[in-house]
Design a protein around this ligand. Structure first.
Ligand code: ZN
Ligand code: ZN
Length: 321
């Protein structure tokens, strides 16, 4: 069966590419019925069942499509979802980053809001104490207005960002367009596809170039960190129990990492025992909330102030619909 799809780009590839363009990501199991239907439509006298589609057939489609679309700066890349561990295949633009693509369908104010949300995910909510790398929908909505402008006066609201309902719509469209996903606990995170497309942008934006002879560990703290096992970005997973250490692992990569180092359950970088490894991801937000005192106090005071300020503006805003 794979003989006649190997190499040659035909109508079935075109149809599969169209399906990918409209959905952006696909799993092998989702592709099976799709490819069966496409092949059956192509050859009605020889119907294909979804059980007939092997992983090799699917790989052949991906391979053939990749050579066809690479001149247009697209590539189908695969990655594992960090929590469901599902292998997903995403249609990735290899030259422009996700923010550039969003700008083709969103206004400048909307993109600026999305950038504030990303700053909150990867900067504000991503400290050495708590690597949340996610944002609650409450906190995201509070970024509808540019906080700096808001303090200097409410009169020019149209220049100061979005209304609450506009922000809500943008967040929803980020989910619909496949950039954000919303957890059951109400946290927005970047999807695997967004991480594939934003990898370079995230590193450029949030990782300081470490200065030579810099003694201050907080200063060289890299905001975007990679799994020691699979080398992909970790926004949900585990971190080395030694807080200053930059080693991160996906939950599904921990066991293979230990196996690779002869069953030694220790950090691959600093050799600290990998016991009670703190979480990376929204679980880190819950842990941070539970712990009181320390350096977290200053931050929570500020958040309380922000929340109070927002209640004020909500009351005066009158819905904004
Ligand atoms: Zn990994
Ligand atoms: Zn370590």
């Amino acid at each position: 069966m794979s003989d006649d799809v190997d190499g040659a780009y035909d109508n079935t590839h075109r149809a599969f590419l169209q399906a990918l363009l409209s959905r952006q990501v696909i799993t092998f199991n989702e592709a099976k019925p799709l490819l069966a239907a496409i092949q059956t439509a192509n050859e009605p006298e020889r119907p294909t069942l979804q059980e007939d589609i092997s992983h090799e057939d699917f790989d052949n489609y991906v391979y053939t499509l990749n050579s066809a679309i690479s001149p247009f700066d697209f590539e189908i890349r695969s990655t594992l979802h960090q929590t469901t561990k599902q292998k997903i295949y995403a249609l990735v633009n290899t030259t422009s980053d996700a923010l550039t693509q969003m700008a083709t369908v969103h206004s400048a104010d909307e993109i600026t809001f999305v950038k504030r949300v990303l700053d909150a995910m990867f900067d504000t909510n991503n400290t050495q104490r708590a690597e949340v790398m996610a944002i609650s929908s409450m906190q995201a909505l509070k970024l509808a207005k540019d906080a700096n402008r808001r303090e200097s006066g409410n009169t020019q609201a149209q220049n100061a960002g979005l209304t609450m309902s506009q922000a809500e719509k943008v967040l929803q469209s980020m989910v619909d367009e496949g950039w954000f996903e919303l957890s059951t606990q109400g946290f927005y995170t970047l999807t695997p596809r967004a991480l594939l497309e934003l990898r370079g942008w995230l590193m450029d934006t949030y990782n300081d170039q470490p200065a030579e002879d810099d003694e201050d560990e907080e200063e060289v703290h890299e905001k975007i960190k990679f799994c020691q096992a699979c080398k992909e970005i970790v926004t949900q997973g585990e971190r080395c129990p030694k807080l200053a250490c930059l080693a991160r692992l996906h939950a599904h990569c921990v066991r293979s990492m230990f196996r690779a180092q002869g069953n030694r359950e220790e950090c691959p970088v600093c050799k600290t025992a990998w016991v009670d490894a703190p979480p990376v991801g929204e679980k880190a937000a819950r842990n941070a909330r539970r712990s009181t005192g320390g350096t977290g106090g200053r931050r929570s005071n500020r958040m309380r102030r922000d929340a109070a300020a927002d209640e004020d503006s909500d009351a005066s805003g009158g819905g904004g619909e």
